[in-house]
Design a protein around this ligand. Structure first.
Ligand code: A4P
Ligand code: MG
Length: 188
């Protein structure tokens, strides 16, 4: 009789301790918007990414209703995150994300201002990079509950490539910081 093969279904919480997000070509993408129907734009972006020949969608988070951070006199946002793997270079993936933003029709390009769809490349494996067009990891992840809550949901073993801290630890460090409400909106 051959060796017994035990089949296990791995959940997000129980993946044997392996941080899948550390692998080269693994991208965490932040999605957000607060103009028009941002939930529909986010869902459309995830669908389009999943259908792209050079992108494999591994997992998508729930979507959350979030209090605006930075420029606070604007509508609440919808935010989520997606985990993908790709043979593309990070600059190529960023160009694809920017094309998707435009396809979903950004309304204004005021920094930190209202937008129908904002797609940020949060991290790309453990890559640390600063060029004119791309900073990795995204420089404001650790300051933002609207990024960390969905990130924690889909990648609990992710560690910030520079600070070495998990999303849980970074979230705990934001305890007591006012004005960053994050409310569950819809399942993925
Ligand atoms: N860029 C450099 N690195 C990256 C990266 N890792 N991912 C460059 C994406 N883009 C990157 O971005 C400006 C330039 O950043 C791009 O040309 C790209 O080459 P943008 O998306 O055109 O402009 P932006 O989004 O208005 O500016 P920024 O600084 O990226 O803003 P953030 O950090 O995206 O913040 N509050 C809530 N609750 N939810 C939100 O989603 N979003 C913002 C925008 C503010 N407050 C928010 C939310
Ligand atoms: Mg952005």
């Amino acid at each position: 009789m051959g060796p017994e093969v035990k089949k296990r279904t791995l959940s997000v919480e129980d993946n044997g301790g392996f941080d899948e997000t550390a692998a080269a070509g693994t991208a965490l993408i932040g999605l957000g918007g607060n103009v028009g129907d941002p939930l529909a734009y986010c869902r459309e972006a995830v669908r389009t990414l999943a259908e792209h020949p050079h992108v494999r969608l591994v997992r998508c988070s729930s979507f959350y209703r979030t209090e605006p951070v930075g420029k606070i006199d604007q509508s609440w946002f919808v935010n989520g995150a997606a985990l993908c793997s790709t043979p593309l270079q990070p600059e190529e993936l960023l160009a694809l994300l920017q094309e998707l933003e435009w396809r979903c029709g950004r309304v204004r390009r005021e920094r930190w201002g209202p937008r129908s769809l904002d797609l940020d490349l949060l991290s790309f494996g453990r890559m640390v990079l600063e060029s004119e067009r791309l900073t990795l990891p995204h420089p404001r992840i650790h300051e933002r509950r609207f990024v960390l809550v969905p990130l924690l949901e889909i990648a609990p073993r992710w560690r910030h490539p520079v600070f070495g801290r998990t999303a849980r630890e970074l979230l705990d460090a934001l305890d007591g910081v006012p004005g960053q409400a994050v409310e569950f909106l819809e399942s993925p």
